[in-house]
Every structure is written in C-alpha cells, then in structure tokens.
Ligand binder design. Structure first.
Ligand SMILES: CC(C)(COP(=O)(O)OP(=O)(O)OC[C@H]1O[C@@H](n2cnc3c(N)ncnc32)[C@H](O)[C@@H]1OP(=O)(O)O)[C@@H](O)C(=O)NCCC(=O)NCCS
Length: 423
C-alpha cells in the first residue's frame, strides 16, 4: 500500500479526518469497521484494502480519529466502479462501509466524511455515486433510489423438475477455473449489452473475484455451463453468504433454456447439499433463470434499490450524449433540431440538439422548461428506473408540457439495469 499524499483535515474538538497512510491504518480501520458492522466482516474490509485492484486505493478509505491516542471513531470508503450507460463508459463512486461510534453519532462526522468523499468524486471525474445504504439517511446527501438492488425471485427446491429419463443431459455444469477467464469475460461483457446500465469488469477484477475475493463475506463460486460437453455456453455464480436462508445465485451470463434448466438443477443439488431451503435468484428480471424460475412457480420478482446521486447533472448529460442521440435517431425525432430545457427548479439545464446531435449542454436559472423535475428525481429518470409518468404519480411537480412529453419519453425511456458487483 502506498499513499504519496496522505490527506489530513483538522475537524476541531480533538478530531482529525484522514485517509490510509500505512499498513497499521489498514488494520485499525478494518477493526473499527468490524466493530460497527460485525466481527465477521473484518477480513472482508482488510482484503479489499490490501488486495482488490481498485478498492484498495488508500485515498478512498476515509476515517476520523481522536488526535490524542488515535482511536478511530468514524469511517466510510469510496469504492470505484466503472459502469456503462447504454454503451457509454462512466465512473461511479460507491459510498460504502459507513459507520460512526455510538458516542460520536449526531455530531456531523458523516457529513464531514461525505464532503471529502465528494471532493474525491470531483477529482476522479466520477459522474455518479451509489450506495446500498440504510433507508432514508442518504437522501439528505442527495441520493435517491434509482437502480435495482437485491432484486430476486424465490424458487422452492421442489419446483425444479428432475431430468426425465427420455431427456438427454442437454447442458452440464462444472466449477470454473482461471483457464476459463477469457470465456467468462466474453460472456459477462455480452450479457452486459442487454442492460441499460451495467457494471464493467476487467481481468484484474475477475482475478480478484476468483481468488482473494473468495475469502470475503461476499465471496462467490463461479460455475460454467457446457453444451455440448467441453464447449462453454454460459456461467453463473453462487454466494456462500448473503441475505436470507436460500442459496443465492447472484450473477449469470445469458443462458439458453437448456442451459438455464441445467443451472437450476445444479442450484437445487447445491442447495440440498448445503442445507439451503430454497434458491434465491438475485438477477435481472429479464434473465433466463428468472423467467424460468417464475414459470416454474417461483415467487414474484421484487427489488430494493441502489440509492444514486448525480454530482454534476450537466456533466453527466454531456457524457451520455451518444446514448441520447441514439435514442433520437431510432425515433420519430430523428434529425431533431431544437433546444430542450430541463427545469430542476433551483437551476435549469438546456440541451441543444442540431440535426439529431447534442451540440451543447448549458446550465442556467430554473423556470419554465420542457421537463420539470425536482432535482433528486433526475437519477431515477435518467437511469431508466422510473418513467416520468410513474414519477408524476407521486410527485406532481415532475411533469412535461403536452408537446414535450413524447420527446421526454424518447430521451429518457424506462429500461432494465443491473449492477453485478466488482468485489
Ligand atoms: C447512520 C450513521 C452512520 C450516522 O452517523 P453520524 O456520524 O451520526 O452522522 P452525522 O452526525 O454526520 O449525521 C448527519 C445528519 O444526519 C442526521 N442523522 C443521523 N443519524 C440519522 C439516521 N439514522 N436517520 C436520519 N438522519 C440521521 C443527523 O442528525 C445529521 O443531520 P444534521 O446535519 O441536519 O444535523 C451512524 O448512526 C451509524 O454508524 N449507524 C450504525 C451503522 C450504520 O447503520 N451504518 C450505515 C450503513 S449504510
């Protein structure tokens, strides 16, 4: 671990805000986080800080310590993700491992840590930030529910039919090895093209997930589906731990119907062997496993959500110009020339389209506007999580003029997204 420019800020009252400057800091922060989030979690934080190719960046593990004695009293971290938005690569900083010692709560320490977190977002060109976080708390920092999280279907084991005597084996399943990495990466990237917003994953992250990551409490095994034997047709991953009592399958490539049935049968056998009462498919709603799981009688797909913040809306809109232009080109608005104004009430953003190209994104005062939106609703709309009609249902101040409404629906449609974790 090396941090060439350790950060230190005096918060007053005998407290200092810092980032990791030494291996001893790694141990202290892991121990503190374990005190807040449970002793079983310590190894996870230490492994991320020491061995993850990107989460180990020492500048992104922030903590507050007592200047006298150095006791850690609050902490959070920024986990850097690379996402794709309709094919456009973006960086998002996940706020994670947030905690304050009980006797220090309510003194604004998380507010101070969040301010440093924001500086790091700006310095790193992160256009989004997301958090799994406790309900409600993060709204005060500008986060809103905007991407599916813990989306799942419960499939009872008895619902998964055994192979009939007259059926061929179809597809077979085996544990993946590092030799399978090129195929796994190709399958992962291909599955990502079906998601409006998804997480990009490089070889270093794959190596971590199939190596050191197995030692963490979010460790998962990777299974390869072969059809016919010897030919890799897909993969899925199963977690050792996680929410609920079921066996969690929380990632899969695109699978054929045969491949998905073979995967479900394998999941059933694993669940039986591991004394798990049901299969929990934590997967996109449109995935083959979810669709077959539902057809077999699984419980309805339901989802919590990631809370997302857009630190600089104009910068994000500039970055996703290729996606917006693509949507226009595929619509009756192909070749559009007009200004389109989003009124975020306290300020406005004007998108200037010329012959279907987004030539400028300008910030100005609020007022008027083709689309009127309370600022916190920009994330769910832009990320395809909710349509304007759905938002309007609960927030009458989210609306579009009659003439602009179809254009809003074209630029900001609903779509399916899912974030597979890079750690
Ligand atoms: C939630 C937690 C991190 C808050 O830490 P904290 O240091 O007390 O937070 P701050 O003092 O910076 O609070 C910031 C603001 O949130 C308010 N706040 C504190 N806890 C809150 C809660 N649970 N819900 C809503 N608001 C809360 C504070 O009053 C303060 O508001 P103000 O600035 O308008 O006065 C802390 O209670 C904690 O560690 N809880 C246990 C672990 C946990 O749940 N972590 C979050 C996992 S995602």
């Amino acid at each position: 671990m090396s941090n060439s420019t350790p950060y230190t800020r005096d918060l007053g009252g005998g407290l200092t805000l810092r980032d990791l400057a030494s291996p001893a800091d790694v141990e202290r922060v892991a121990a503190f986080n374990a005190q807040i989030h449970g002793p079983e979690t310590e190894q996870t934080w230490a492994t991320w800080m020491r061995s993850h190719p990107y989460a180990s960046d020492p500048r992104r593990w922030l903590f507050v310590e007592e200047a006298a004695g150095g006791r850690v009293v609050a902490a959070l971290c920024q986990l850097p993700w690379r996402l794709q938005y309709d094919g456009v690569p973006l960086r998002s900083g996940e706020m994670g491992v947030v905690g304050t010692l009980e006797e220090y709560r309510g003194r604004g320490l998380q507010r101070a840590l969040a301010a440093r977190f924001d500086e790091l977002l700006r310095e790193g060109g992160f256009l989004l930030s997301h958090i799994q976080g406790i309900p409600f708390f993060y709204r005060q920092f500008g986060y809103e529910y905007a991407l599916p999280l813990e989306a799942w279907v419960r499939v009872e084991l008895y619902l998964v039919p055994e192979l009939r005597a007259d059926e061929g084996p179809g597809a077979t399943v085996r544990l993946a090895t590092l030799d399978d990495l090129p195929a796994l990466m190709r399958l992962y990237d291909h599955a990502g093209t079906t998601l409006g917003v998804g997480a990009l994953r490089d070889e270093a992250e794959w190596q971590f997930l199939m190596g050191k990551g197995l030692e963490t409490e979010v460790g998962a095994e990777t299974w390869v589906v072969e059809a016919p034997p010897g030919l890799i047709a897909g993969y899925f991953r199963t977690w050792f731990q996680g929410f609920g009592e079921g066996l969690i399958c929380g990632e899969s490539s695109l699978l054929s119907a045969d491949g998905a049935m073979a995967a479900l049968r394998h999941l059933k056998r694993l669940a039986e062997a591991r004394d798990k009462p049901y299969i929990r498919l934590n997967l996109p709603r449109d995935s083959a496993l979810v669709r077959i799981g539902l057809a077999l009688g699984g419980s309805p797909w339901e989802a919590y959500a990631w809370q997302v913040r857009i630190p600089d809306p104009a910068a994000l809109l500039r970055a996703i110009a290729p996606a917006l232009e693509g949507r226009l080109a595929a619509s009756p608005y192909a070749g559009l020339t007009r200004a389109f104004t989003i009124n975020l009430y306290r300020r406005g953003i004007t998108l200037r389209f010329e012959a279907g190209r987004l030539t400028a994104v300008e910030e100005g005062a609020g007022g008027g506007g083709d689309l009127r939106l309370p600022p916190q609703l920009l994330a769910p709309l832009l990320l395809g999580h909710r349509s304007l009609e759905e938002l309007h249902h609960l927030f009458p101040d989210a609306s579009a003029g009659r003439e602009a409404a179809p254009l809003v629906a074209t630029l900001f449609p609903r779509f399916e997204s899912f974030l597979y974790q890079p750690y």
